[in-house]
Design a protein. Structure first.
Length: 149
């Protein structure tokens, strides 16, 4: 996939840095490629549900952001991204030391992009387990002053 914006990585990272929700969670963007991003979330007790696993909403948030930024990486410089739909399968309890969300564009388009992603839990002993899969549709937004980068 060839991005129409040669400075896509800087633009994606700049947008991620302004996203207060990811900052609140303690998530960091660790990789940006054309059509793919990776977000890492360290475990914190403050992000858990009643059983001690990271809450499904938190896992979904990093998966959605990974897909959204993967899509943004393939958009022209005058466009921004909004999620319009996603489906998440929660496969295993979110137990681990850190959680890695990877989003990839499956079908780029002028108005919408279809993405897929996964969240993997990494444990202290090096074991990894997929905890969630996502399929998401992202909208390419242009010329909407209320939605800008």
């Amino acid at each position: 996939m060839i991005p129409p914006d040669q400075d896509f990585a800087a633009r994606v990272r700049s947008s991620f840095d302004r996203q207060q929700a990811m900052e609140l969670l303690g998530a960091q963007m660790t990789e940006v490629q054309a059509g793919m991003t990776e977000i890492v979330l360290p475990f914190r007790e403050a992000l858990t549900q009643q059983h001690g696993f990271v809450h499904a909403g938190i896992i979904t948030a990093i998966a959605d952001s990974a897909c959204g930024y993967a899509a943004l990486s393939l958009m022209p410089p005058d466009a921004v991204v909004l999620t319009i739909e996603f489906k998440v399968n929660l496969l295993n309890p979110a137990a681990g030391e850190r959680f890695v969300a990877r989003g990839r564009v499956v079908k780029p388009g002028r108005t919408i992009m279809v993405c897929t992603g996964e969240v993997v839990a990494e444990r202290e002993d090096g074991a990894q387990q997929t905890v969630a899969l996502i399929q998401a549709t992202m909208m390419v937004v242009r010329d909407r002053p209320a939605v800008s980068d």
